[in-house]
Design a protein around this ligand. Sequence first.
Ligand code: MN
Ligand code: MN
Length: 291
Amino acid sequence: MFLPNSFIDALADYESAYYVIFGVPFDNTSSYRAGSRWAPDAMRQASANFESYNPTFGIDLVDLPIYDAGNLETSALVDETLQNLYEATKGLLKDGKLPIMLGGEHSLTFAMVKACAEFAGEDFGVLVLDAHFDLREEYRGFKQNHACVSRNILNQVTTNLVSIGIRSGPEEEWVFARENNLKYYTADDVESLGMVEVLKEALEWLDCSQLYLSLDMDAIDPAYAPGLGTPEPFGLNARDVRTAVRTLAPFSMGFDIVEIAPEYDSGQTAMLGAKIMREFIASHAKSCRKP
Ligand code: MN
Ligand code: MN
């Protein structure tokens, strides 16, 4: 039997699809350990493990218009890769699709957010799940380093941004966040307030109907997700992140999962990422259906 190199249950063709999944195997600015370029294919492989039926939402993924577009061609240069991704995302939005990008590193999110913001107009916000602020102005000579993505979004796209799961950054980033009234919740905030309350507050604060959702997998505790570029202990638990993705999916016009580095574990982080992506699609599809 031949197994397709594609997400399981992604059975639609491009024309009829609404959910378009694609990989961007790019990790050239990764600061600690690279390897997220292998994540899209590792997640495709891991997806073969799952049943197509989602019992929580009462939805069978084989019935949904899902298409796997494969991997975007990348350049060694971050700016060129971001430009390609930006143009590809604009094309998907123009065609009426919901883009789901699998990184690759977090710098890629900037191109997705820029394309989505231009498409959405004023009624737009960004929610990032991450252990890190990513507020550096530049890092290792790159303004488009993965450690700068939130700063670039704030400077160049929108200040309507909330970060959840934060627990790491140099002092300057914490000062910058406070001085600029950045809305963020630490992983400890989530522990004490509860994810449901945090999401309620975040959505009220963002006050938009078109959301871009970015999941930097290191938001999750490395006990659940050890295959990461920059693991940071005392993170969110996998169940809380699933709650976040399920809750936010109905508002989302674009989604990404980034920073999985499959070489550093036995497959569990790619498996978790693939599962979370399927929860995103099922929750979004459920919200679009009439009861
Ligand atoms: Mn990040
Ligand atoms: Mn991070």
